[in-house]
Design a protein around this ligand. Structure first.
Ligand SMILES: [Mn+2]
Length: 319
């Protein structure tokens, strides 16, 4: 990877104006991976900005640089940038910038940092490790191989990505390396308890009641040993919550014993979103999601399709 590191650094040093882009409906790893790079590039005096189609959720405002994100409502002039750095996206469409990225000018370069399996190749340089528990683990590798010192705020970002993508080291994606990188970040001043307070203990009563509703509706299919639950658009709207408040719910429910996989379906603005989770080595969440044109990891994957969910007398209908 030494060569990749030298090429990446050369591309970054040559860039005059950089924008770091992460995925729509951003999670902790998406934002942390962008913020870790933002912190480093700002220290280096680069002209750098961050972008996400959706605004940064309140739970992540503590991340250094979270206040510097442009969003879909306030989007930049894309022609001004000569380097796009994409983090945690899996597929280009998750940036919501397919038009801009696929029609980029020859002087505009793309670097990608990701831990999703490769589905497409559009970047000039890809830092991809599908075994990594989080994109911030890949960014740690890049910093490490490039001899870039990791600041205390960057260490906080890297640790936040690791703990949010593994539910504090509980998910099977956690490896020896994940824990070793986390320990190194704590040595550099990242505070695990503080991160936990920000990202975990942030569920208000409405969130827990909506989770309760989803849990009460869990069904079990004994033929496939699959459990699933559904939230309709009306149920989500009645709670006054947004789809970001449902983050973590599928992972939590996959802790159910004696199941091979868990499917969480919910309706959101004319789309049906599904999250597959599995703790079984015989089941691939990525393959299950792939049946619906989605994708992701072995243990956690998702899809979204146009449609609505109707509920009547405890029965669900998808249209
Ligand atoms: Mn991730």
């Amino acid at each position: 990877m030494l060569e990749a590191s030298a090429r990446t650094l050369a591309m970054i040093w040559a860039a005059k104006k950089i924008i770091i882009i992460t995925h729509t409906h951003p999670d902790g790893d998406a934002l942390s991976s962008a913020c870790a790079l933002l912190d480093w590039l700002r220290r280096e005096g680069k002209d750098v900005q961050a972008y996400c189609h959706d605004p940064v959720p309140a739970a992540y405002w503590f991340l250094p640089g979270a206040d510097r994100f442009l969003s879909g409502l306030n989007h930049p002039d894309w022609q001004e940038y000569d380097l796009f750095i994409i983090t945690d996206c899996g597929q280009m469409k998750r940036t919501m910038l397919v038009e801009i990225l696929s029609n980029h000018r020859p002087f505009q370069k793309i670097i990608e940092f990701d831990h999703h399996p490769a589905l497409e190749h559009y970047a000039d340089i890809e830092w991809r490790d599908a075994q990594a528990a989080a994109t911030t683990e890949v960014i740690y590798d890049f910093f490490n191989e490039s001899n870039i010192p990791i600041s205390q705020p960057a260490a906080t970002c890297i640790l936040t990505g690791l703990v949010t993508d593994t539910a504090f080291f509980l998910y099977p994606s956690t490896t020896k390396k994940t824990v070793a990188v986390a320990a190194a970040m704590i040595r550099l001043g990242a505070r695990l308890a503080k991160i936990k307070d920000q990202v975990w203990r942030n569920k208000n009563l409405s969130v827990l009641r909506l989770w309760g509703k989803a849990m009460a509706a869990i069904r079990y299919n004994p033929d496939y040993q699959i459990a699933y639950t559904v939230l309709t658009e009306e149920e989500i709207a009645a709670s006054g919550l947004e789809s970001e408040d449902l983050e973590g719910m599928a992972g939590f429910m996959s802790g159910l014993t004696d199941i091979k996989a868990f499917l969480f379906l919910r309706a959101d603005k004319g789309m049906i979103r599904g999250s597959w989770r599995t703790n079984s080595d015989q089941v691939s969440a990525a393959q299950l999601a792939g049946l619906m044109n989605g994708g992701g990891h072995q243990k956690a994957a998702g899809f979204s399709l146009p449609g609505r969910i109707l509920a009547q007398n405890g029965q669900y209908q998808i249209i």
